[in-house]
Design a protein around this ligand. Sequence first.
Ligand SMILES: [Fe+2]
Length: 382
Amino acid sequence: MSTSSFKIAHKLLTGAGAIEQLAAELTRLDVDNPLIVTDAALVKSGTVALALEHLGERDYEIFDRVQPDPEIAIVEDCMQAYRDGGHDGLIGVGGGSSIDIAKCVGAYAGYHGALADLFGIDQVPRKGPPLIAIPTTAGTGSEVTNVAILSDKVAQLKKGIVSDYLLPDVALMSPQMTLTCPRSVTAASGVDALVHAIEAYLSLNASPITDALAIGAVKLIANALPKAYANPGHLQARDDMATASLMAGMAFGNAGVGAVHALAYPLGGRFHIGHGVSNSLLLPYVMQWNKLACVERMRDIAEAMGVNVTGLSLVDAADQAVAAMTRLCAAVEIPTGLRSFGIPEDAIPAMAAEAAGIERLMRNNPRQLSTADIEKIYRAAY
Ligand SMILES: [Fe+2]
């Protein structure tokens, strides 16, 4: 008999007042001395200071050395800071990288072996210290998922820790925390959230619960992302994107993502192209390929993106979903073409072999893809 499970962060706090609840949440979780895991740019922009205002009367320390596309070694550095400072809780403030590092340190803090033993699925033996995730992008959805992704620079691979013990105690999504998000990051992370929603909706592992969240997220993003991009201070658009990112995170955190993410990983691992941009480079081409397997659901996506599908055949409506995604990516000025990123064409076979091997994602994809199929998709996106 099949079973469907649904897991998310223990508590979600959203809306413009959410950040003001930070001190109360730390008190509830019995945290007296948190380590704030973030990056130097967010400290400089004053975004971290917005969180510090609401820490209450307690000690804290800031670890601001998280880099985009974080390497495994940063977890060891951050763990050292956590132990040396005698901390009793973690606050991840940032994009997916800072939140992922906070999640990894939480897992590692409750373990006495080697970090490498925690890679893979369900290898974390127990829950770590309290963890509050405060995203500054909308977004990766990392604040509500049980996955953390790290970069193994030596093997040129992305490695993941997947465990329900990584789920944050609180996901605190306040639109003010995203106001300093640069325009290009707003675009790339917004498209990442859109890809999460679309891949969750098309996943073979989707459920009625994840479907409702995924379609709701697509509707919000189609409407709010152009506004947040055009006017970064648009608080309502930022709030809608924050909520949509959470919804998409809850959808893909349970239904999974598919071939867009699998094909995007080699672009990040080998060529250091950002995650959101990697996804958007591939999105229309993977969807075009997947269409054969899921025209009805592609029509639903077109409708959620605001396309009037009345009178269109199923196939035409599905094509409109691809067109609408392409238009949205163009509107927020995401670059196109693998070639424009300097990826050599002869790298495609190795990238295809790597993507085909990401079984964790490929098994969710609505259409089965051979390595030869994946090569064709990369060539179409070239
Ligand atoms: Fe993603």
